[in-house]
Design a protein around this ligand. Structure first.
Ligand SMILES: C[S@@+](CC[C@H](N)C(=O)[O-])C[C@H]1O[C@@H](n2cnc3c(N)ncnc32)[C@H](O)[C@@H]1O
Length: 274
């Protein structure tokens, strides 16, 4: 997924509104995405591209006796993540500003690696995975979570809503990212040289019998994300104003009494060969 407002913020998720949207997202999706991620006591885990710490809190709480090193190339994000971890009284995480493509770690330093909503932003996702693999111990695992906007379908159907979503997909592609990357996790992990690769789709299904998902996912996560690219989409003439307004209104209609919204995340697991 891509989460943000201005083009730069939009790509990296730094703005205030972005932060609160990321929190909505993580709160609603915690069980679906993280329910099966636990690291053993004493193990060292690298979280690459931790952002403002949304997933860090969940990871650290789920595995209180593992030691996390969470990195991001944005100092501002690392500062925000550090503040969040302090606020939550979590003590098993240390943060570092670092670039995935220039990792300041020794070879085979970590027992496990975790990456969430990062590959979608990168021009060279396989290269990023190869760099990460180099700091992973033999027998260690990598866990990668990504969304895929092509997995979106909903009721009432609307070609206007699909067009608005396509604007987001096109803008992310223009920036060198890929919001359809979820479906590629299997080949990406294989091409990076991981063994025993497995990918599990995690489908979000929302109707009005689950009001917290209507609010937390359909409105505050997905539709808010698409709305975030309004200015860029109009500026770049990807859509006209009337088409945009109709598309967003139709996305909100999927959060109505008879509305249904479906989206699939993909969670991939790979092992560093022994
Ligand atoms: C959409 S955010 C996801 C943050 C967090 N993983 C989450 O799921 O909430 C993507 C993050 O990846 C970081 N990032 C992008 N390229 C990076 C790189 N080459 N090295 C380190 N971090 C990077 C960005 O700074 C941003 O904080």
């Amino acid at each position: 997924m891509i989460w943000g407002l201005t083009m730069q913020d939009y790509v990296h998720g730094y703005s205030e509104k972005e932060k609160s949207r990321l929190f909505d997202q993580a709160g609603t999706l915690t069980e679906l995405l993280h329910g099966d991620t636990f690291y053993p006591a004493g193990s060292s885990v690298l979280e690459a591209g931790c952002g403002v710490g949304t997933q860090t809190v969940i990871l650290a709480k789920n595995s209180p006796d593992a030691r996390f090193t969470s990195i991001d190339m944005s100092q501002d994000s690392v500062n925000a993540a550090e503040a969040l971890i302090r606020q939550e009284n979590i003590s098993n995480v240390r943060f570092q500003v670092a670039d995935i493509f220039n990792l300041p770690f020794e070879a085979e330093q970590f027992d496990h690696i975790f990456v969430c909503f990062v590959l979608e932003h990168l021009k060279e996702p396989v290269e990023a995975l190869i760099r990460l693999k180099s700091v992973l111990k033999k027998g260690g695992t990598i866990t990668v979570i990504e969304g895929d906007h092509g997995s979106t379908y909903f009721y009432p159907e609307s070609r206007y809503a699909l067009r608005a979503i396509q604007c987001q997909i096109d803008l992310q592609a223009k920036m060198g990212g890929n919001s359809l990357i979820g479906r590629q996790l299997f080949p990406l992990l294989k091409h990076a040289g991981f063994e025993n690769v497995s990918v599990s789709p995690r489908m979000v299904y929302v109707d009005s019998s689950r009001p917290e998902w209507v609010e937390g996912f359909t409105k505050n996560t997905f539709t808010a994300m698409v709305e975030g690219v309004r200015e860029q989409a109009l500026r770049e003439n990807l859509i006209d104003k009337a088409g945009w307004e109709r598309g967003i209104a139709d996305l909100y209609a999927t959060a109505g009494e008879d509305g249904v919204f479906c989206y699939t995340f993909f969670k991939g697991l790979g092992v560093q060969e022994n």
